[in-house]
Design a protein around this ligand. Structure first.
Ligand SMILES: [Fe+2]
Length: 357
């Protein structure tokens, strides 16, 4: 039944006075439509970024921006659908981007509440160091380095070539809910947990099947270093176990819970054998892909397009997007990282997944 003219006037007035009602609000006045949609209606669409573009912009930036100017030299993967809501949002929960630490440069010490996990892309043979809570962690391509909530961290490149990584932060979620705290450079007061401990000793304390008894459980992993060769060994062995016929993945774990690396993020290394593709699936997770080696195609369901991902290219898919991953080689395996916010959905009882074809 059509509303009377004076009812429509009333409803318009309501909205302009800072109120609303389901009758109006559920028709959707902003991005994503109304609240009660039959299926998830995310605020952004699938998108991808080329590493070659990002890398050339990174070097252009480094010609006129120093660490003194900006604290960090980076290019962020900002989703065009989200940029008017929160700056540099790759998805509605995570920010991804690449950062450069030039040979002989130093990224100054600081800390923040958003968790960050970086995957090293390019590094000198030796001398690329992240100092996390006082521990020097030497980085090589494929290594995962964390700096979780409120841990002091800084970066040194003593090597003879540049250091570049892709990082995944839960900064967008933390910003949205009002949880960001930040101690910028120069506020460091020296309160580190593991002074004068080597990388090997550090990994032995936190990266084994035993843990210090006083550690308890922590929603964010206390272990900040995961060696690529270890993850590769695991995922390759798993692939052999599955006869090399399907995509396999290993998840980076929080040793204190056995769960995901943080309450908000799940990071995985995926291997897809040559000639293989995954089933077309959809899941309630906002997921960022970092293609690491080989070439893959991310096919979207319902003929909605595809992204061809070369070395270090990135793509993001919103929750409940039907997709499959195809290895474009018939003979060589491909490796890719995924950084998703699935733990959030699981902790809220919202996680669903299904094969759609
Ligand atoms: Fe940081």
């Amino acid at each position: 039944m059509a509303l009377q003219k004076d009812s429509e006037v009333f409803l318009n007035q309501l909205v302009h006075k800072g109120f609303n009602t389901y009758y109006v609000s559920n028709q959707g006045g902003g991005k994503g439509g109304g609240t009660f949609t039959r299926n998830p209606a995310p605020l952004f669409s699938p998108y991808s970024w080329k590493y070659t573009d990002a890398r050339s912009y990174l070097y252009k930036l480094s010609e006129f921006l120093s660490h003194e100017d900006s604290e960090r030299i980076n290019i962020q993967y900002e989703h065009p659908d989200l940029k008017d809501i929160i700056s540099a949002a790759t998805s509605t929960t995570q920010r991804a981007g690449i950062q450069l630490v030039k040979s002989k440069a130093h990224g100054p010490v600081h800390r923040h509440t958003p968790n960050s996990f970086r995957v090293v892309l390019e590094a000198p043979e030796e001398g690329a160091i992240s100092r996390i809570d006082g521990v020097n962690l030497e980085m090589h391509p494929g290594d995962v380095i964390g700096n979780t909530n409120w841990i002091w961290h800084e970066h040194f490149n003593h090597g003879t070539s540049d250091l570049i990584w892709t990082s995944f932060l839960d900064a967008i979620l933390v910003k949205w809910i009002g949880g960001v705290f930040y101690d910028p450079p120069k506020t460091f007061n020296g309160d580190v947990n593991f002074p004068d401990i080597s990388q090997e000793e550090y990994v032995s304390v936190l990266g084994r099947s035993t843990l210090p008894e006083e550690l308890g459980t922590n929603p964010n992993t206390p272990l900040q270093f995961y060696r690529f060769s270890d993850a590769c060994k695991s995922v390759s062995a798993l692939s052999k176990l599955k006869r090399g016929k399907e995509r396999v993945a290993v998840e980076y774990k929080n040793p204190t819970t056995g769960g995901s690396i943080s309450a908000n993020q799940s990071l995985k290394l995926n291997l897809i054998p040559g000639g293989c593709l995954t089933p077309m699936t959809r899941k309630t997770e906002n997921i960022i892909f970092l293609n690491f080696s080989g070439e893959t195609t991310l096919e979207l369901g319902n003929g909605e397009g595809e992204f061809v991902l070369g070395k270090y290219d990135v793509a993001v898919l919103p929750s409940w997007t039907s997709h499959r991953v195809v290895n474009n080689s018939y003979s060589d395996e491909a490796l890719y990282f995924t950084a998703s916010d699935a733990p959030l959905f699981k902790n809220c009882g919202l996680y669903r997944e299904e094969i759609v074809g």
